[in-house]
Design a protein around this ligand. Structure first.
Ligand SMILES: [Zn+2]
Length: 418
Protein backbone atom coordinates (compact mmCIF):
# COMPACT_ATOMS: atom_id res chain seq x y z
CA UNK A 1 0.00 0.00 0.00
CA UNK A 2 1.10 3.52 -0.72
CA UNK A 3 3.07 4.87 2.26
CA UNK A 4 0.73 7.86 2.56
CA UNK A 5 -2.17 5.47 3.07
CA UNK A 6 -0.36 3.25 5.53
CA UNK A 7 0.66 6.33 7.55
CA UNK A 8 -3.02 6.73 8.50
CA UNK A 9 -3.32 3.30 10.15
CA UNK A 10 -1.52 4.21 13.42
CA UNK A 11 -3.83 7.24 13.75
CA UNK A 12 -6.78 5.10 14.88
CA UNK A 13 -6.65 5.91 18.59
CA UNK A 14 -6.07 9.64 18.01
CA UNK A 15 -9.03 9.75 15.62
CA UNK A 16 -11.21 7.92 18.14
CA UNK A 17 -10.26 10.36 20.86
CA UNK A 18 -11.03 13.36 18.62
CA UNK A 19 -14.36 11.86 17.64
CA UNK A 20 -15.46 11.41 21.25
CA UNK A 21 -14.39 14.98 22.01
CA UNK A 22 -16.55 16.28 19.13
CA UNK A 23 -19.54 14.04 19.92
CA UNK A 24 -19.65 15.28 23.52
CA UNK A 25 -20.26 18.85 22.31
CA UNK A 26 -23.98 19.10 21.63
CA UNK A 27 -24.52 20.63 18.20
CA UNK A 28 -28.24 20.24 17.56
CA UNK A 29 -28.93 22.53 14.61
CA UNK A 30 -30.66 25.26 16.62
CA UNK A 31 -28.06 25.16 19.41
CA UNK A 32 -26.00 27.92 17.85
CA UNK A 33 -23.47 28.06 20.69
CA UNK A 34 -22.78 24.32 20.41
CA UNK A 35 -22.60 24.34 16.61
CA UNK A 36 -20.18 27.26 16.82
CA UNK A 37 -18.04 25.42 19.39
CA UNK A 38 -17.69 22.46 17.02
CA UNK A 39 -17.03 24.82 14.10
CA UNK A 40 -14.40 26.79 15.97
CA UNK A 41 -12.62 23.66 17.14
CA UNK A 42 -12.60 22.07 13.70
CA UNK A 43 -11.88 25.32 11.86
CA UNK A 44 -8.80 25.84 14.01
CA UNK A 45 -7.64 22.23 13.62
CA UNK A 46 -8.12 22.29 9.83
CA UNK A 47 -6.25 25.57 9.57
CA UNK A 48 -3.35 24.46 11.75
CA UNK A 49 -3.05 21.01 10.17
CA UNK A 50 -3.49 22.05 6.56
CA UNK A 51 -2.12 25.61 6.52
CA UNK A 52 -5.12 26.88 4.58
CA UNK A 53 -7.24 30.04 4.55
CA UNK A 54 -10.23 30.12 6.89
CA UNK A 55 -13.33 32.30 6.77
CA UNK A 56 -16.44 32.28 8.92
CA UNK A 57 -19.64 33.27 7.18
CA UNK A 58 -22.76 34.42 8.97
CA UNK A 59 -25.99 32.95 7.62
CA UNK A 60 -29.48 34.44 7.69
CA UNK A 61 -31.68 33.13 10.53
CA UNK A 62 -33.91 30.12 10.11
CA UNK A 63 -37.59 31.08 10.04
CA UNK A 64 -40.29 28.86 11.46
CA UNK A 65 -44.04 29.47 11.64
CA UNK A 66 -45.92 29.06 14.89
CA UNK A 67 -49.50 27.81 15.17
CA UNK A 68 -50.90 31.36 15.03
CA UNK A 69 -49.01 32.01 11.81
CA UNK A 70 -46.42 34.24 13.47
CA UNK A 71 -42.84 33.82 12.32
CA UNK A 72 -40.03 33.09 14.74
CA UNK A 73 -36.38 33.38 13.83
CA UNK A 74 -33.66 31.04 15.05
CA UNK A 75 -30.06 32.18 14.59
CA UNK A 76 -27.85 29.64 12.83
CA UNK A 77 -24.22 28.86 13.56
CA UNK A 78 -21.41 30.14 11.36
CA UNK A 79 -20.52 28.40 8.12
CA UNK A 80 -16.78 27.80 7.78
CA UNK A 81 -14.91 28.00 4.49
CA UNK A 82 -11.37 26.68 4.28
CA UNK A 83 -9.40 26.74 1.11
CA UNK A 84 -6.00 25.99 -0.36
CA UNK A 85 -4.43 26.49 -3.80
CA UNK A 86 -7.33 28.16 -5.65
CA UNK A 87 -4.90 28.53 -8.57
CA UNK A 88 -4.37 24.77 -9.05
CA UNK A 89 -5.81 23.26 -12.27
CA UNK A 90 -8.28 20.95 -10.52
CA UNK A 91 -10.56 22.24 -7.77
CA UNK A 92 -12.27 19.87 -5.35
CA UNK A 93 -15.11 20.88 -3.03
CA UNK A 94 -15.33 18.89 0.22
CA UNK A 95 -18.36 19.42 2.38
CA UNK A 96 -19.70 18.33 5.73
CA UNK A 97 -22.14 19.53 8.35
CA UNK A 98 -21.44 20.56 11.93
CA UNK A 99 -24.97 20.06 13.21
CA UNK A 100 -26.78 16.98 14.49
CA UNK A 101 -30.46 16.16 14.97
CA UNK A 102 -30.06 15.99 18.77
CA UNK A 103 -31.10 19.18 20.63
CA UNK A 104 -29.51 20.13 23.97
CA UNK A 105 -32.44 18.61 25.90
CA UNK A 106 -32.18 15.24 24.14
CA UNK A 107 -31.27 12.38 26.46
CA UNK A 108 -28.59 11.25 23.98
CA UNK A 109 -25.47 13.25 24.87
CA UNK A 110 -22.87 10.63 25.78
CA UNK A 111 -20.73 8.03 24.02
CA UNK A 112 -20.39 4.41 25.07
CA UNK A 113 -18.82 1.28 23.62
CA UNK A 114 -21.23 -1.43 22.45
CA UNK A 115 -18.23 -3.67 21.75
CA UNK A 116 -14.54 -2.92 21.06
CA UNK A 117 -15.35 -1.99 17.41
CA UNK A 118 -18.59 -0.11 17.92
CA UNK A 119 -18.98 3.27 19.53
CA UNK A 120 -22.46 4.64 20.16
CA UNK A 121 -22.91 8.39 20.45
CA UNK A 122 -24.68 11.47 19.06
CA UNK A 123 -23.36 12.40 15.64
CA UNK A 124 -20.54 9.83 15.64
CA UNK A 125 -21.65 8.66 12.18
CA UNK A 126 -23.72 11.62 11.03
CA UNK A 127 -21.32 13.17 10.65
CA UNK A 128 -18.60 14.06 13.10
CA UNK A 129 -16.74 10.89 12.11
CA UNK A 130 -16.98 12.01 8.48
CA UNK A 131 -15.55 15.44 9.30
CA UNK A 132 -12.49 13.76 10.80
CA UNK A 133 -12.17 11.52 7.74
CA UNK A 134 -12.15 14.62 5.54
CA UNK A 135 -9.45 16.26 7.64
CA UNK A 136 -7.34 13.11 7.80
CA UNK A 137 -7.50 12.55 4.04
CA UNK A 138 -6.60 16.14 3.22
CA UNK A 139 -3.76 15.97 5.71
CA UNK A 140 -2.35 12.82 4.06
CA UNK A 141 -2.85 14.25 0.56
CA UNK A 142 -0.94 17.40 1.53
CA UNK A 143 2.12 15.19 2.13
CA UNK A 144 2.06 13.92 -1.46
CA UNK A 145 4.10 15.12 -4.43
CA UNK A 146 0.91 15.86 -6.42
CA UNK A 147 -0.41 18.80 -4.45
CA UNK A 148 0.30 21.38 -7.16
CA UNK A 149 -2.32 19.69 -9.35
CA UNK A 150 -5.21 19.97 -6.94
CA UNK A 151 -6.65 22.82 -4.87
CA UNK A 152 -9.58 22.42 -2.54
CA UNK A 153 -12.27 24.17 -0.55
CA UNK A 154 -13.91 22.73 2.55
CA UNK A 155 -17.42 23.89 3.47
CA UNK A 156 -18.51 23.13 7.04
CA UNK A 157 -22.16 24.13 7.25
CA UNK A 158 -24.29 24.46 10.40
CA UNK A 159 -27.78 23.63 9.10
CA UNK A 160 -27.79 20.47 6.95
CA UNK A 161 -30.12 18.57 9.25
CA UNK A 162 -32.92 21.09 8.65
CA UNK A 163 -32.39 21.12 4.88
CA UNK A 164 -29.55 23.69 4.66
CA UNK A 165 -31.90 26.70 4.45
CA UNK A 166 -29.11 29.16 5.22
CA UNK A 167 -26.15 27.46 3.56
CA UNK A 168 -27.77 26.32 0.29
CA UNK A 169 -26.89 29.52 -1.64
CA UNK A 170 -23.24 29.22 -0.59
CA UNK A 171 -23.12 25.53 -1.51
CA UNK A 172 -24.48 26.37 -4.97
CA UNK A 173 -22.06 29.22 -5.38
CA UNK A 174 -19.10 27.07 -4.35
CA UNK A 175 -20.30 24.17 -6.52
CA UNK A 176 -20.03 26.40 -9.58
CA UNK A 177 -16.39 27.10 -8.79
CA UNK A 178 -15.23 23.50 -8.46
CA UNK A 179 -14.77 20.42 -10.62
CA UNK A 180 -15.66 17.55 -8.29
CA UNK A 181 -17.53 17.32 -4.97
CA UNK A 182 -16.88 15.01 -2.00
CA UNK A 183 -19.37 14.95 0.89
CA UNK A 184 -18.89 13.08 4.13
CA UNK A 185 -22.32 11.72 4.99
CA UNK A 186 -22.13 8.19 6.44
CA UNK A 187 -22.34 5.19 4.14
CA UNK A 188 -25.74 3.55 3.65
CA UNK A 189 -26.53 0.97 6.38
CA UNK A 190 -25.19 -1.84 4.16
CA UNK A 191 -21.92 0.05 3.72
CA UNK A 192 -22.55 1.11 0.12
CA UNK A 193 -22.56 4.55 -1.45
CA UNK A 194 -25.76 6.49 -2.07
CA UNK A 195 -26.25 6.99 -5.80
CA UNK A 196 -29.45 8.65 -7.03
CA UNK A 197 -31.27 10.55 -4.36
CA UNK A 198 -34.80 11.84 -4.10
CA UNK A 199 -35.50 15.55 -3.83
CA UNK A 200 -37.20 17.06 -0.82
CA UNK A 201 -39.27 19.99 0.36
CA UNK A 202 -40.64 21.07 3.72
CA UNK A 203 -43.91 22.94 4.06
CA UNK A 204 -45.93 24.53 6.82
CA UNK A 205 -49.70 24.96 6.49
CA UNK A 206 -51.55 27.41 8.70
CA UNK A 207 -55.36 27.28 8.95
CA UNK A 208 -57.28 30.08 10.59
CA UNK A 209 -60.91 29.75 11.64
CA UNK A 210 -63.17 31.59 14.09
CA UNK A 211 -63.06 31.00 17.83
CA UNK A 212 -66.31 30.57 19.80
CA UNK A 213 -67.54 29.09 23.06
CA UNK A 214 -68.10 25.39 22.56
CA UNK A 215 -71.35 25.37 24.51
CA UNK A 216 -72.98 28.76 24.12
CA UNK A 217 -72.14 29.68 20.53
CA UNK A 218 -70.73 26.63 18.83
CA UNK A 219 -72.60 27.55 15.65
CA UNK A 220 -70.69 30.84 15.39
CA UNK A 221 -67.28 29.10 15.46
CA UNK A 222 -65.34 27.84 12.44
CA UNK A 223 -63.15 24.94 13.47
CA UNK A 224 -59.58 25.32 12.19
CA UNK A 225 -58.59 21.82 13.35
CA UNK A 226 -61.43 20.15 11.41
CA UNK A 227 -60.49 22.10 8.28
CA UNK A 228 -56.86 21.07 8.82
CA UNK A 229 -57.96 17.45 9.18
CA UNK A 230 -59.63 17.66 5.75
CA UNK A 231 -56.51 19.22 4.30
CA UNK A 232 -54.31 16.49 5.75
CA UNK A 233 -56.57 13.72 4.47
CA UNK A 234 -56.58 15.27 0.99
CA UNK A 235 -52.79 15.63 0.99
CA UNK A 236 -52.28 12.08 2.21
CA UNK A 237 -54.38 10.69 -0.63
CA UNK A 238 -51.80 12.10 -3.09
CA UNK A 239 -49.50 9.28 -1.98
CA UNK A 240 -49.36 6.60 -4.64
CA UNK A 241 -50.70 8.84 -7.42
CA UNK A 242 -47.31 9.64 -8.88
CA UNK A 243 -44.38 7.28 -9.12
CA UNK A 244 -41.71 8.03 -6.52
CA UNK A 245 -43.52 10.93 -4.86
CA UNK A 246 -44.29 10.61 -1.15
CA UNK A 247 -45.89 13.10 1.22
CA UNK A 248 -45.54 12.78 4.96
CA UNK A 249 -47.45 14.92 7.44
CA UNK A 250 -45.11 14.91 10.40
CA UNK A 251 -46.30 17.55 12.87
CA UNK A 252 -49.78 18.84 13.71
CA UNK A 253 -50.87 21.24 16.40
CA UNK A 254 -53.68 23.63 17.15
CA UNK A 255 -56.41 24.56 19.60
CA UNK A 256 -56.24 25.77 23.19
CA UNK A 257 -59.06 24.13 25.14
CA UNK A 258 -61.82 21.59 24.65
CA UNK A 259 -64.51 24.17 25.37
CA UNK A 260 -63.38 26.51 22.62
CA UNK A 261 -63.89 26.12 18.88
CA UNK A 262 -60.25 26.37 17.74
CA UNK A 263 -59.35 29.20 15.39
CA UNK A 264 -55.76 28.06 14.70
CA UNK A 265 -54.09 24.93 13.44
CA UNK A 266 -50.69 24.23 11.94
CA UNK A 267 -49.20 21.24 10.25
CA UNK A 268 -45.76 20.58 8.81
CA UNK A 269 -45.12 18.08 6.10
CA UNK A 270 -42.34 16.80 3.88
CA UNK A 271 -42.52 15.85 0.21
CA UNK A 272 -40.00 13.61 -1.57
CA UNK A 273 -39.67 13.79 -5.33
CA UNK A 274 -38.03 11.53 -7.90
CA UNK A 275 -37.69 13.81 -10.93
CA UNK A 276 -37.70 17.58 -11.30
CA UNK A 277 -41.21 17.69 -12.83
CA UNK A 278 -42.61 16.23 -9.62
CA UNK A 279 -42.22 19.59 -7.92
CA UNK A 280 -44.58 21.23 -10.40
CA UNK A 281 -47.13 18.43 -10.03
CA UNK A 282 -47.05 18.64 -6.24
CA UNK A 283 -47.40 22.41 -6.27
CA UNK A 284 -50.46 22.16 -8.52
CA UNK A 285 -52.07 19.54 -6.29
CA UNK A 286 -51.42 21.56 -3.15
CA UNK A 287 -52.93 24.66 -4.76
CA UNK A 288 -56.00 22.69 -5.77
CA UNK A 289 -56.50 21.40 -2.23
CA UNK A 290 -55.89 24.85 -0.80
CA UNK A 291 -58.58 26.36 -3.03
CA UNK A 292 -61.06 23.69 -1.95
CA UNK A 293 -60.46 24.29 1.75
CA UNK A 294 -60.59 28.06 1.29
CA UNK A 295 -64.13 27.73 -0.11
CA UNK A 296 -65.28 26.88 3.39
CA UNK A 297 -67.03 29.69 5.22
CA UNK A 298 -64.80 31.45 7.78
CA UNK A 299 -61.75 29.35 7.03
CA UNK A 300 -58.48 30.49 5.50
CA UNK A 301 -55.51 28.30 4.67
CA UNK A 302 -52.03 29.36 3.62
CA UNK A 303 -48.71 27.64 2.88
CA UNK A 304 -45.13 28.48 3.65
CA UNK A 305 -41.94 26.71 2.70
CA UNK A 306 -41.07 24.92 -0.49
CA UNK A 307 -38.69 22.53 -2.19
CA UNK A 308 -35.13 22.97 -1.01
CA UNK A 309 -33.44 19.93 -2.54
CA UNK A 310 -33.99 18.88 -6.14
CA UNK A 311 -33.62 15.16 -6.97
CA UNK A 312 -30.09 13.93 -7.60
CA UNK A 313 -29.95 11.96 -10.85
CA UNK A 314 -26.63 10.45 -11.97
CA UNK A 315 -25.47 11.81 -15.33
CA UNK A 316 -22.32 10.63 -17.13
CA UNK A 317 -20.03 12.89 -15.11
CA UNK A 318 -21.45 11.47 -11.88
CA UNK A 319 -21.16 7.90 -13.17
CA UNK A 320 -17.48 8.45 -13.97
CA UNK A 321 -16.75 9.84 -10.55
CA UNK A 322 -18.65 7.02 -8.83
CA UNK A 323 -16.60 4.58 -10.89
CA UNK A 324 -13.37 6.22 -9.71
CA UNK A 325 -14.50 5.92 -6.07
CA UNK A 326 -15.48 2.32 -6.67
CA UNK A 327 -12.11 1.52 -8.27
CA UNK A 328 -10.26 3.13 -5.37
CA UNK A 329 -12.27 1.12 -2.83
CA UNK A 330 -11.48 -2.03 -4.77
CA UNK A 331 -7.77 -1.23 -4.62
CA UNK A 332 -8.12 -0.98 -0.85
CA UNK A 333 -9.78 -4.38 -0.67
CA UNK A 334 -13.30 -3.22 0.19
CA UNK A 335 -15.19 -2.92 -3.12
CA UNK A 336 -18.09 -0.47 -3.13
CA UNK A 337 -21.06 0.03 -5.39
CA UNK A 338 -23.84 2.57 -5.24
CA UNK A 339 -27.61 2.39 -4.98
CA UNK A 340 -30.57 4.76 -5.07
CA UNK A 341 -31.98 6.14 -1.83
CA UNK A 342 -35.00 8.18 -0.74
CA UNK A 343 -32.83 10.21 1.61
CA UNK A 344 -31.35 13.51 0.52
CA UNK A 345 -28.47 15.72 1.59
CA UNK A 346 -26.27 18.55 0.39
CA UNK A 347 -25.19 16.28 -2.48
CA UNK A 348 -28.56 17.08 -4.08
CA UNK A 349 -27.74 20.78 -3.97
CA UNK A 350 -24.29 20.28 -5.50
CA UNK A 351 -25.76 18.17 -8.31
CA UNK A 352 -28.42 20.82 -8.97
CA UNK A 353 -25.60 23.34 -9.32
CA UNK A 354 -23.90 21.08 -11.87
CA UNK A 355 -21.15 19.60 -9.70
CA UNK A 356 -20.56 15.83 -9.97
CA UNK A 357 -20.23 14.51 -6.44
CA UNK A 358 -20.21 11.42 -4.24
CA UNK A 359 -21.89 12.27 -0.95
CA UNK A 360 -21.43 9.21 1.28
CA UNK A 361 -17.67 9.23 1.76
CA UNK A 362 -18.00 9.35 5.56
CA UNK A 363 -17.82 6.50 8.02
CA UNK A 364 -19.61 3.18 8.35
CA UNK A 365 -22.21 2.93 11.06
CA UNK A 366 -25.94 2.97 11.49
CA UNK A 367 -29.16 3.92 13.29
CA UNK A 368 -28.45 7.56 12.52
CA UNK A 369 -31.01 10.12 13.74
CA UNK A 370 -31.82 7.82 16.68
CA UNK A 371 -30.39 7.48 20.16
CA UNK A 372 -28.77 4.22 19.04
CA UNK A 373 -26.53 5.88 16.45
CA UNK A 374 -23.19 4.07 16.20
CA UNK A 375 -19.96 4.01 14.22
CA UNK A 376 -17.78 1.12 13.17
CA UNK A 377 -14.69 2.72 14.67
CA UNK A 378 -12.17 1.20 12.26
CA UNK A 379 -13.94 2.88 9.38
CA UNK A 380 -12.33 6.16 10.50
CA UNK A 381 -9.03 4.85 9.17
CA UNK A 382 -10.40 2.90 6.19
CA UNK A 383 -12.51 5.77 4.93
CA UNK A 384 -9.64 8.24 5.41
CA UNK A 385 -7.49 5.98 3.25
CA UNK A 386 -10.24 5.80 0.64
CA UNK A 387 -10.56 9.57 0.41
CA UNK A 388 -6.79 10.02 0.31
CA UNK A 389 -6.59 7.61 -2.59
CA UNK A 390 -9.43 9.40 -4.40
CA UNK A 391 -7.62 12.74 -4.03
CA UNK A 392 -4.37 11.17 -5.26
CA UNK A 393 -6.13 9.66 -8.29
CA UNK A 394 -7.83 12.96 -9.13
CA UNK A 395 -4.50 14.77 -8.89
CA UNK A 396 -2.83 12.17 -11.11
CA UNK A 397 -5.12 13.01 -14.03
CA UNK A 398 -6.43 16.52 -13.37
CA UNK A 399 -7.36 17.16 -16.99
CA UNK A 400 -9.76 14.27 -17.00
CA UNK A 401 -11.86 15.88 -14.26
CA UNK A 402 -11.70 19.59 -15.04
CA UNK A 403 -15.15 20.99 -15.79
CA UNK A 404 -14.68 23.65 -18.36
CA UNK A 405 -17.86 25.45 -17.43
CA UNK A 406 -16.81 25.91 -13.79
CA UNK A 407 -16.59 29.67 -13.20
CA UNK A 408 -13.44 29.68 -11.15
CA UNK A 409 -12.62 33.29 -11.95
CA UNK A 410 -15.02 34.45 -9.24
CA UNK A 411 -13.47 32.30 -6.55
CA UNK A 412 -12.93 35.19 -4.17
CA UNK A 413 -16.50 36.52 -4.09
CA UNK A 414 -18.15 35.48 -0.87
CA UNK A 415 -21.22 36.87 0.86
CA UNK A 416 -21.41 38.28 4.38
CA UNK A 417 -17.89 37.68 5.51
CA UNK A 418 -17.26 38.28 9.17
ZN1 LIG B 1 -25.77 13.99 7.86
Amino acid sequence: MNSLLSSITPRQSQLTESLIELALINSGTLNKAGVDNVGRLLGKTFQQTLDCTHQQVQLPPYRLYQTDGAEIEHPLGYLHLLSKRPEAPLQVLLSGHLDTVFPPDSDFQQCDWLDPQTLRGPGVSDMKGGLLVMLEALSAFEQSSLTSQLGWTVVLNPDEEIGSPGSAPILSQQAALHDVGMIYEPALPNGQLAGERKGSGNFTTIVKGIAAHAGREHHLGRNAICAMAEFITAVDTLNGLRDGVTINVGIVNGGLATNQVPDQARCRFNIRTRVNDDEHWCTQQLQRIKQLINLKDGISLEFHGGFSRPPKPLDNAHQSFFQLVSDCSKQLGAPLTWEATGGCCDGNNLTAAGLPNVDTLGVLGGKIHSNQEFIDIESLVHRSQLSTLILLQLATQPNRWIRHNASKATLQELPDET
